[in-house]
Design a protein around this ligand. Structure first.
Ligand code: 9WN
Length: 452
């Protein structure tokens, strides 16, 4: 374990620019929002200053309306498309003037990361100062999500682009995207194809990619005005993973307010709304929850007015929220352990959860979010299992992740059938979350994640 930990620290060291940690060389040479949160959680075990610097760098790019953008660009880096210029964020009066950012957001892991930076810090006074500075930023971001991304006031969050989910080409988006006609696209050149050395079966197809770009073009046409976009955007989805993280983050933000002596009331309101509506929005038939795989948590498409019942890892992320009853958690764990999800038999290389059910026609062993195992979603499920006391299942996932990185390196994602490492090499969040899985004390984790 010591060697694994030291190797992970080295990856973060190599990807550190002096202000932030890039997710991976060449493929992702900028700062990504939820990546930086996962990275800070890892760094919180070894270097509080670095973790703080990373998050402050991200917060400096916050938009006036509170949105924390998915990408903060390094204008010198040229190996990633779409570039800062492509986004034309100056179309929005909310965009920062002197920084290049994307015009969309990513799952709100930030309050969770800030809490752990404090929790794992040796110098608590310094970390509390950081929390005081971070708190208004975090609250503004959560308020942005609770208003612009939830005009329904439901406590569930709407995404306007597949990239906002963090799971770019998940089969979840196939139906909604199939209804969109990507016309009048500007000329552009994909650079991810080059970065993976032509391994085109590991990244999204052109057809999907064109729709990603088309939706950015549409955001630009709306000058990134959420109210206008909400009225007629063709991609508008209440997302299970995003909302689960929002709920957990609100609990951590409430705890941060308590630590620094601020009023936690607003977070309480957001938490109650999610508790009231989570099942209503994400389960078709609540009485039948978990009886079959057809009745788990599924995203809701606000345009088609239908649940998206594709079997993906997203359906399991609610275990991380703690808002389920023990009985419902049992029903969910039954599917988490199912052989199609690499649970109980020798079907897969190691018992970790792949991004898609391995028995579905849309499963692909090596293509990005259409099948491979990703460490961040496994980390959330690991914490969720611990929260509900499924220690054996949690430990199986933790050991599975260790086995993958020991045998195949700190890769971006892994083939569930063979364990082969895929996508970016020296991937930062894989390294940082492995560090966290090594360092965390199980009992304390159950307290932090369970009682907050
Ligand atoms: C688009 C950086 C990011 C992750 C996402 C992952 C991938 C970007 C891309 O890489 O998305 O934001 O270019 O494909 O899907 O989760 O944050 O690691």
């Amino acid at each position: 374990m010591d060697k694994l930990f030291a190797d992970a620290v080295q990856v973060l060291e190599r990807n550190w620019t002096g202000n932030l940690t890039i997710p991976a060389k060449t493929l992702y040479p900028h700062q990504w929002s939820w990546d930086s949160c996962f990275i800070s959680i890892g760094n919180s075990h070894v270097d509080t200053d670095r973790a703080i610097k990373e998050l402050e760098c991200l917060f400096a790019a916050q938009w006036k309306n509170g949105m924390i953008p998915s990408i903060v660009f390094d204008k010198k880096a040229k190996t990633y498309f779409p570039s800062a210029d492509f986004y034309e964020i100056e179309r929005s009066e909310n965009a920062p003037k002197d920084l290049g950012t994307s015009g969309m957001t990513q799952p709100p892991m930030h309050a969770i990361a800030c809490y752990y930076v404090y929790k794992n810090a040796q110098d608590k006074a310094k970390a509390a100062e950081f929390l005081k500075k971070a708190y208004p930023r975090l609250k503004k971001f959560h308020r942005y999500l609770a208003t612009y991304r939830d005009p329904e006031g439901s406590g569930t969050i709407t995404i306007l682009h597949p990239w906002e989910s963090g799971m770019d080409n998940s089969p979840l988006w196939d139906e909604p995207l199939s209804k969109i006609d990507a016309k009048d696209l500007p000329e552009f050149e994909r650079l991810d194809t080059k970065a993976v050395n032509g391994a085109s079966d590991t990244i999204p197809k052109d057809e999907e990619y064109n729709k990603f770009i088309y939706l950015i073009e549409l955001m630009k046409k709306h000058n990134y005005d959420e109210r206008k976009m909400y009225a007629n955007f063709p991609f508008k989805i209440k997302d299970v993973l995003f909302t689960s993280i929002f709920y957990v983050a609100n609990k951590f933000l409430r705890e941060i307010a308590n630590i620094i002596g601020e009023d936690p009331k607003e977070m309480g309101t957001w938490i109650s709304k999610t508790e009231k509506n989570f099942y209503k929005y994400f389960i078709k038939d609540q009485k039948e929850f978990g009886v079959s795989e057809e009745n788990l948590f599924y995203d809701y498409d606000l345009v088609q007015r239908e649940w998206i019942r594709k079997k993906t890892v997203a359906s399991f992320i609610p275990i991380y929220t703690g808002l389920m009853t023990k009985e419902d958690s049992q029903n969910l764990v039954k599917w988490i352990r199912h052989s199609h999800f690499c649970g109980n038999d020798g079907f897969c290389h190691v018992p970790t959860i792949p991004s898609t059910d391995t028995n579905e026609p849309y499963f692909h062993k090596s293509n990005y979010w259409r099948g491979p195992i990703w460490v961040n979603t496994n980390w959330m499920i690991w914490l969720g299992l611990l929260k509900y006391g499924y220690e054996e299942e949690a430990e199986a996932i933790r050991s599975g992740v260790f086995e993958l990185v020991k045998s195949h390196g700190f890769r971006e994602y892994y083939n569930p059938k063979t364990g082969e490492g895929l996508g970016g090499k020296d991937f930062s969040w894989t390294s940082s979350l492995v560090m966290d899985m090594i360092k965390r004390n199980r009992k304390e984790t159950q307290m932090d994640e369970g009682i907050l």
